[in-house]
Design a protein around this ligand. Structure first.
Ligand code: A2P
Length: 269
């Protein structure tokens, strides 16, 4: 009889690990982004999400799904988060500082990946709020530009200040030596606001329906022959945008069955 076998604590090989916070940036009183150390063993595809979080008072992990906002080649991991005052995780996460530690799960997953789309000419990335995060990753990914001739990323927010992160991310991609030429030539950002005066007003669904987004960009309306799309936002925004893509004749895809558009719910809470 081996007594050791009975007393050795069980170690979960998939348990999240603690990673050091390297930088925190508060964009508005509702939004912040932060960077953490990336374990050398942590693999992911640009556009995927992973569970991250903090230990609870009882020591057990409190985790939520977050899209990685940095590209797969980056040595660090970036995340973009909303601050929900009574949110179980974000009410605490918003107070993290450089040098603190947060939990990172071992495995990533997700459908907002290039592999889930069939080839096309133009790739739309439709986002609202923190739904922009996976696109911050994909616009720094060289493969995005080799797979599609034109990348149009859209972000709609309530207020003008909430568009800062997408503007900064696109500017960073267009200054990144790895993709500077492609991002300058092939990438465009389209922003709109719903609750503050802004040149482009209204929800993205309204702007697709009215065709204003296409007119402003000088491109033809959605066409399943040439156009591919990714959608990331609230459940309602995804459903409403998805209905318009289906109406235009695009077919929803997945990792197992790549097609013309893919969806993922943005984290909130
Ligand atoms: P609105 O101000 O009209 O609600 P939130 O901050 O609540 O996540 O919203 C982010 C943005 O998404 C807001 O501009 C909001 O517009 C917009 N939005 C909310 N619901 C939908 C929807 N069903 N379809 C398209 N856009 C939406």
């Amino acid at each position: 009889m081996t007594i050791a076998a009975q007393t050795t604590p069980r170690v979960n090989p998939n348990a999240p690990t603690l990673q050091k916070v390297l930088a925190v940036k508060h964009h508005t009183d509702r939004l912040f982004s932060f960077r953490i150390e990336r374990p050398q063993s942590f693999r992911f595809r640009s556009g995927e999400f992973v569970m991250i979080g903090l230990p609870k008072d009882d020591g057990r992990p409190l985790l939520r799904a977050y899209s990685v906002a940095s590209p797969a080649w980056d040595e660090e991991l970036e995340f973009y988060s909303i601050k929900v005052p009574d949110g179980p995780l974000t009410s605490r996460l918003q107070n993290i500082q450089t040098g603190d530690e947060i939990l990172l799960a071992k495995k990533s997953t997700g459908t907002l990946v290039l592999d889930a789309l069939v080839g096309g000419r133009r790739l739309y990335m439709f986002s609202t709020g923190t739904g922009f995060a996976p696109f911050a990753s994909l616009i720094r990914e060289p493969e995005t530009y080799s797979r599609f001739e034109e990348i149009i990323v859209t972000q709609t927010c309530r207020d003008v200040a909430e568009l800062a992160y997408s503007r900064e991310s696109v500017a960073a991609a267009q200054a990144d030596p790895l993709v500077v030429e492609e991002a300058t030539r092939q990438l465009r950002l389209f922003t709109s606001c719903t609750r503050e005066t802004y040149p482009q007003a209204g929800r993205i669904t309204h702007l697709i329906e009215s065709r204003e987004v296409f007119e402003k960009l000088g491109v033809p309306a959605l066409d399943p022959e040439t156009d591919r799309a990714m959608i990331c936002g609230s459940m309602e925004m995804i459903n409403d945008t998805k209905a318009l893509l289906l109406q235009a004749g695009l077919v929803e895809g997945s990792n197992a069955s790549p097609a013309q558009f893919v969806i993922e719910k943005a984290f909130a809470g």
